[in-house]
Write a new protein. Sequence first.
Length: 755
Amino acid sequence: MPIATSANTIATTITASDINNCDREPIHIPGAILPHGVLLVLDSDTLEVLQAAGDLPGLLGKSLHDLLGKGADTVLNPAQTARVRRLSAEQALTTPRHLLDPAMRVHADIPLDASLHRCGDTLVLEFEAADIGDPFASDPLAAVQDMVEGFDAAASLPALCQLAAERVREVAVYDRVLVYQFMQDGSGWVIAESREPHLEPFLDLHYPAADIPQQARALYLKNWLRLITEVNYDPAPLTPSLNPRTGLPLDMSHAILRDVSPIHREYLRNMGIDASMSISIIHGDKLWGLIACHHYSPRRLPRHLRAVCELFGSMFSMQLEVREKAQQFELRLASRTVLQSLMLNLAGADDYAEGLTQQSPNLLDYIHSGSGMDSENKGGVAVCVKGQLTFLGSTPDEAQIRQLVSWLDGYMPQTTGIYATDRLGDVWAPGKNFAASASGLLVISVSDELSDYIIWFRPEIVARFKWAGPPDTELVPGPHGDRLTPRKSFEVWRETIVGRSMPWTSADNQAAFDLRQSLLHVVLRRINAAALERKKAADRDRLLMAELDHRVKNTLANIQALVVQTSRSAETLTGFVEGLDGRIQSMAKAHSLLSEARWEGVSITRLLREELEPFGPRDNVVTIEGPDLVLTPKSALSLSLAIHELATNAAKFGAFSTPGGTVAVRWTVANDNGISLSWTEAGGPRVRPPSRRGFGSTLIERALAMETGGRAALRYEPDGIVCDVFLPPSSVLNRNIVTSASTLAVQQAPHAGSG
């Protein structure tokens, strides 16, 4: 797509083809920036200015001629230049590092905010006019604590999202704040909204996946915030347009001032929006959704409020993920309770289908087949056993179902015996004839015979959704008509869901699997033991609930302790965020490994490999050697945090910070059947004992003792740090005499810090 260089050229540079294929728009290399700031591209070694863009005379008092080919000291004073060099040498700078210096002045006594990040062999230095007054007047940490107050009391996920929308609007002061969730097919759904009373609601509206294309979602994964201070502007082009050393365009994926897609700007103008902000909601490595903020006049968010919103996005993402997992667990327990009742009904029924459909609860209570939005249409279910059909709810007629069963006989997966689709007409053309009642299909085979199935039907959803936004007369379309408007996006989404039902969730599929297993392996073979099985299942449910309560409280307590201790040891907000993120990610990896093993234990070899994989440059090597023992959950969590702290320290100051550095992790079974483990660094900078002990050292030496009864000791040898760890026998679940030895080439630099 051509890159627009002024507002007047947008109409001619965006074509209809561009709008329909905007997923190919190279928005990460726009070649221009927002004009209110300045962006300088520096050689990472010499700090020579290679490219420049923005309001150079206004903010820096310089022209392009004054800057291009000159050193950064043309703009920065000696102390600031030295800090840029130090940050470049010490940190990866893969995301912008704010140079929070309230006294920074370059021209006409204009206070400036500056940020720095690395892009390949260059450094990207960005300037914006600083906020009037003290940028530290509001403590970001205290503000976020106020924002999350009451989150634990939210009764549901929608209530939690609504509270988040209200808190963001209170703090950031935008006219409208939406919480926007991405669905399985990539489309978006507005699940919460806080707005000025005179604005029409967008709550519960859906939009097609193309409205936020994949390359835009990739950028949201890389940046917690995206701000547009004013929609109507002339982009400031980068000069020269290509890097004079490489001949390549600048990748602005992490640039705060990155120019906005002309298509997106036209969309915002058509909505009457003058300024916007997006806060990413991230679960693991996936973009769950966005907190989208709209303002109907220009708005520049102060730097300290940006920090508040960025930190809030991170903490809200974690809170939402924990709540979602707890909700999924509760649904699983509820499903199992209904399954137990179904099995009892079946045990006391004379007829197979009668026990599943004619009593309460029934198969529709077990898996809700409705659209999910319409309580009057719960969908339907059919039981086909030995040629006999039994119906419940809204289903196709008998002839259509028998035709469907014949098709299923040749289409059903033989290995799993389960099949699901939310667009039956796309995979079986006759299904289009009854899409209104059966666009969605979930099927399980219930015997080794063909044609024995339980089939849930889900209705088409397109008729359920109606536009609730402002009428056409209130919208002023841009040069490409009304396609770039919320109403047209909604209509495009409606077109994409014709012949589709609400998707089947993983919980639905799991429930179907559980029912099939019960029918094949429990009910049909051991009906007489149904009452005993119900009691055992109830006991398991109580145990699972107690275990869930314990684990959630324990995890939240650990996170709270990490937040408090990391905040005490961190010197900057960025250091706090990076340190906290690294430690929580370390906990998450250990939790993931334990979850895979049903919290019974985890291999020490695999734990070490998972923790060390992200640290260090490509030519650093880690040697891992010792018997493949299985650690208890508590020992695994404690050891993972200790290894994370050692690796983070090595990446910043030790063996991982220089080419050729190595780390050896070896362990043996001690005489008392405990574990003796050593961490030995070599090839890094010369080591001197620290003048003070940080939180990382304390975490290593004290956490193991408190959590496991073990001990750890750090030695600052000149050639590299050595850490000796002992875990007591109670930390080990089993002992395998086979020694596991591996050399791990570590893949990338860390994103986390250590105290």
